[in-house]
Design a protein around this ligand. Sequence first.
Ligand SMILES: [Zn+2]
Ligand SMILES: [Zn+2]
Ligand SMILES: [Zn+2]
Ligand SMILES: [Zn+2]
Ligand SMILES: [Zn+2]
Length: 280
Amino acid sequence: MNWNWKEHNKEKSLFRSYYCSGCKQSKTCGLLTNWNSDWQGYCCACYFQSQQEESQEYSNYQLVYQQKVSKKKAKDRQLLLLKNYSGCSQCGSKEVEAYSLYENSQLVCQPCLMKKEGGASGSVSFLERSKWYKRYWKIALTEWLETYQKLPVNAECADNWLKNREHLKKCDCLEIEVKELVEMFSNSLKEYHQKLEKCSCKKSEKVRVDNDYSANCESCKKTIPIASKKRIIKNRNDPRFWGLAIKEKVLCGNCLESKKENMPPLRKAEFMRYRKAKRL
Ligand SMILES: [Zn+2]
Ligand SMILES: [Zn+2]
Ligand SMILES: [Zn+2]
Ligand SMILES: [Zn+2]
Ligand SMILES: [Zn+2]
């Protein structure tokens, strides 16, 4: 007999079930998600929806612009703080903890914090920042902060300014940056949308899980036995089975019970029978 292992394995992987971790109902075709390892276990529709939600945040130019402006102001303020920092009164170090600076605009001595709390946290100092700006934006941080109390918008803006000192008066770099960002999000969404038309993810009415033996209640996380080895949950754990139109797809008996008032009367009666017989 001429047993072809290669063909056999190919066939096996062809029928291996990969169900979307998001909707648990679609076998993913990978058209939108195969390049993105974070999303590999998700179907195209779920991925598209997440991208749609994300790009929603970037669809309003005014809103994004305002956020950018306040972020930039905060960053400028933090650098000024850092520049005027005379060092820790305890140890003299000028290294501050990065998180406290960027999240709360606070100067917390990093070496002292390390000694007190241990662990690892990032540090930042004016010297280090100056070097960074010199290297990547080719500008002198001290000069900028002293003369203008703020920084260029980005590397390109710094470049424009270096070529033409008048640039600052008519700088619209932030507007351009935001415009590009908004466009980028809307373009990639359009692209995904076109691709989505060619998607061949397969839908199943059964709720799939990624384990051979059990699933977890989506509400209380309790372990639930599933239809053995078929990787689908039992109907009784599917809220739809009880006439419930809710976003959860797998629920345990207790969690279903808390929603029983929303079941149609006949379904509710049946549900109570299941509960009484301890089948759920
Ligand atoms: Zn999905
Ligand atoms: Zn210190
Ligand atoms: Zn500019
Ligand atoms: Zn697909
Ligand atoms: Zn539960």
